[in-house]
Design a protein around this ligand. Structure first.
Ligand code: GAR
Length: 209
């Protein structure tokens, strides 16, 4: 008889800088039993981030590491790295974390840190991706979940979803259409990770059936 070995629930840490709707989508999926994981904590660089309230409502511990209070990025990142280690997380999810992480952090969490970006990478990396897409005049836009490497939005792609760009779109209307996809694709990527179904081959991510 086939023996089914239950998965150990993965410990998931989050970094977010603002509204936190992607963070909410993932913790909702965890609460619904769709992801074999536990949200172990949220770290934010912004004391006014709405994500903080979302974490508190869900009973998830919050660490505020206010970027503005540090004399340099290097000192800020020392504190950030220490906080990340404290979580003993299997996975870190960058859910609207709006800073570029330094090499030491990227290296330490290589293969177990994912980011959601509101564009079809490798098009439109960096800030204001939706505005870049509207200004460029592309007809299709979307979002990407990728593993984090030491470039800006250059890591191996886990999943992408596309949406049409409509004639009268501006940055906001396009961002809203993309965001609806982000909220389904990020929990899916986290679920696949937690089910040990992501296999990295070179820079290609294979999804085990
Ligand atoms: C999302 O659209 C996310 O893709 C984007 O910020 C927004 C955060 O929204 N991230 C980036 O642009 C990262 N370069 P949220 O705080 O409601 O999840």
């Amino acid at each position: 008889m086939e023996q089914v070995i239950p998965l150990r629930k993965k410990r998931i840490g989050f970094l977010a800088s603002g509204r936190g709707s992607n963070f909410q989508a993932v913790i909702d999926a965890i609460a619904a039993g769709e992801i074999p994981g536990i949200g172990v904590g949220l770290i934010t660089d912004n004391p006014r981030a709405y994500a903080i309230e979302r974490a508190r409502n869900a009973g998830i511990p919050v660490r505020v590491i206010d970027y503005a209070e540090f004399p340099s990025k290097a000192v800020y990142e020392e504190e950030l790295l220490a906080a990340m280690r404290d979580f003993q997380a299997d996975l870190f999810v960058l859910a609207g974390y709006m800073r570029i992480l330094g090499q030491e952090i990227v290296r330490e969490f290589s293969g177990r840190m994912m980011n959601i970006h509101p564009a079809l990478l490798p098009a439109f990396p960096g800030l204001h991706a939706q505005r870049q897409a509207v200004d460029y005049g592309v007809k299709v836009a979307g979002c990407t979940v990728h593993l984090v490497d030491d470039g800006t939005d250059t890591g191996p792609i886990i999943i992408q979803r596309c949406v049409p760009v409509l004639q009268d779109d501006d940055e906001t209307t396009l961002a809203d259409r993309i965001l609806a996809e982000e909220h389904s694709v990020l929990p899916l990527a986290v679920k696949l990770f937690c089910e040990d179904r992501l296999v990295l081959e070179g820079r290609r991510v294979r999804i085990r059936p």
